[in-house]
Design a protein around this ligand. Sequence first.
Ligand code: NAI
Length: 393
Amino acid sequence: GTSGTGRSEGTRVDEYEMTVPSDQNDGASSGGLLSLEVLAILYKGGEAAEQEARLLGTVENQLGLRPWLESEGHEFIVTDDKEGPDSLFQKHIVDAEVLITTPFHPGYLTRDLIDKAKNLKICITAGVGSDHVDLNACVERKIQVLEVTGSNVVSVAEHVVMTILLLVRNFVPAHEMIERGDWQVSQIARQAFDLEGKVVGTIGCGRIGYRVLQRLMPFDCKELLYFDYADLPEHAAKAIKARRVADLKEMVSQCDIVTVNAPLHEGTRGLVNADLLKHFKKGAWLVNTARGAICDREAVAEAVKSGHLAGYGGDVWNVQPAPKDHPWRTMKNPLGGGNGMVPHYSGTTLDAQARYANGTRLILENYLTNKPQPPEHVIVGVGKYETKAYGQR
Ligand code: NAI
C-alpha cells in the first residue's frame, strides 16, 4: 500500500532533526529552506488511477504534489494503509510534521495517535469535512487543521439533488427491473412521485445546504426549510424563499424530504436517531451526504425496512470503507425500493479533485513560506477553533 517513501530512513531522520520547529509553536515552518516530512493518507486508485491522471486524490497520483515537494527537498510519504497499530499511517505519524488526509478514505487521527505524533504541526484535509481528526485534541496540542473549504460543495449539492430525485421518482428499482428483462410499470409507479409540491428541509444550511435549496428552486417545491443555529443572511434566505425552523423535530415533521448538510461533531453525532425519526412524516425520504455517523445506522435501516422512511440515500458511512454486511448496502422498503446508497464519491468528481488538489498545494505553500492562510480554510488555528461550523462554542 505504500508508494515512494522517498529517502532512506536514516537520511530522513537526520534531515528532520534540522527542522524541529521553534518553541514558539506558532505553526510556521522554517521558511521552506529545510526539509520536512509530509505524510498523506489517500485511497488506492489501482488501474483507474493509472489510466486517469485526473484521479488526483489517489496513492498513485498523490494530489500531484510529489514533483514539487521533492524539488523543494521535502520527504513525501503516501499510503492507503491506515488501520491498526502496524499500519504505515501509525508508523509514520510519529515523525510527520504535515499530515494530509481526505474524507473519502479517512485516516482517523485519534487523540491516541495525536499523543504519538510528536512533530505534527498541521493537518490538511484535501476536501471538506475534518471530523476524522480529533479537533479538540488538535486545539490542545496547538496542531492546526485546515480544509479546502468550498472545493466540492457544488459537487455534493448536485449529488443531493440527484439522490432526492432518484428516491422520489423510484429510479433505482425501475432501472434494476429493466436490466432483469422485466417490464411492470405499476410495480414502479405505485411508489413514484413528483418533487413538485413537496416540502424539503435541510439540517445545516451552510455552503452545501444552501446550494441544495438553491438548486431545488426550479422544481417548485411547496416549501424549502432549514434548521441551523446560524441564521442565513436575510438576502440569502429571501433569494431562495427559505424559511428557518428553530426546532428540529418541528422541521422534520413538516418535511417530505430531509437532507443532512451539517458537519459531524459532538452536536450532530447520532442526531438522526430513532427518537427523531418518529417525528418524520410516514413515507418521507432522507438524504445524507454529510457524514454517516450523523444518522443512526440501525434506526435508519429499521425505518426503511418498516416503510416509515420511503427511502434513504447518500454516500457517507459511519466507517469507511463500509463493511460488506453494512445494513445500508442492502436495506429496502417494503416495496423493494428506497435505497440510494453509493460509496463516498459525491465530493470527489474529477472537477472537485482538481480544486482540492490545488487548494491543498496552496495551503502547503503558505505553510512552508510562513504566509497567512485563507481564513475560510482554517478549522482549528493555533490553539483554537476558527470556525463555528463544528459546534457552538
Ligand atoms: P459549512 O461549514 O459551509 O456549513 C455547515 C453548516 O452546518 C453551517 O451553517 C453550520 O452552522 C451548520 N451546523 C453545524 N452544526 C449544526 C447543527 N448541530 N445543527 C444544524 N446545523 C448545524 O460546510 P459545508 O461546506 O456545507 O459542508 C458540510 C459538510 O458536508 C462537511 O462538514 C462534510 O462533512 C460534508 N461533505 C461531504 C462531502 C461528500 O463527498 N459526501 C464533500 C464535502 C462536504
